[in-house]
Design a protein around this ligand. Sequence first.
Ligand SMILES: [Mn+2]
Length: 340
Amino acid sequence: MDRISKFTSAAITWRERIANANTIMLVTHVNPDGDAIGSLIGLMMALPQLTDAEIIPVLQQPIPVYLDWVQGIEHSVAIGADKPWPNPDLIIAVDCASAERLGGIAPQHMHHITHTAVIQIDHHATNTLFAVDNLILPDSCATCEIVTEFLPYLGITVTAGIATPLLLGIMTDTQSFQIYDTTAKTLSLGASLFTAGADHARIVSKVFRSTRLEALTLASRVINDMHTHGKVVWCGVPLSWVDELNATDDESDEALLMLQRIEGPEVIMLIKQRSQGVKISLRSRAVNVASVAKKHGGGGHIHAAGINFADHSIDSAAALLLPDLMALCTDLSASTNRSA
Ligand SMILES: [Mn+2]
């Protein structure tokens, strides 16, 4: 089915389901990022144009500081074990590849999801199609990009309050239009959000220019201890460094962003120590790091993937993964030579 047919057919289902619902719950993935929060809040602001239904935006709490300024996010709630299930007659899931990854809902309540109509919108190629209507477009770089394109099919006019969270999601998932799958469509949808009044200056200042000095200090220490193996570079983040420098676990991702700016490496690996085991983040320019992640029990996208190990140290995880990552780069130079 082509893109327009997908949107047209999803719009029919969505309009009917939304019109018939009295209580609509919006949900997204655990540890929500800019795209998860942007698409969820964007829809929350948009739905009142179609319905008087009660809208319940569910987000894992607390909201990360760099995203907690988004207008409307103050209405978001987590459905903890101590709270009753609000009995929505429709659940809309955004930016979430599988039902198991939904966040903000206590495990005790998760079984309700299988008994409720779920429709979803997402861009993960690995989406398990867990809803009754699945609008999945893996060639979009952000779920917010799909939502921006879809809203007119629903008959919704994009206001400034809708445009800001949607632009936020596009800018965070594309690293401000830098990732390689950014397309002309991404830019033109971004432009339409500008025209609709999105608060670009606020996004830039809150998301991209509010890094704490502690995070940069940690990143510089991490990068000082960088290991290079051909085209693969890797760094470890011991918990003791995070504590010592008064940084947070999230803030060690700043090191990952800085490593991606170095000229030369093909694959970047950041290994964060956890209280149990380690968390691995992989990034690449051309090669498919998701293949290595999958082989070792992780997952993700071609250029950004991850793995959790419950029983490895930083050094043992590096020793385990380096041969596979270096082999990816060998394949790359072989194919480059052939084409040359
Ligand atoms: Mn996303």
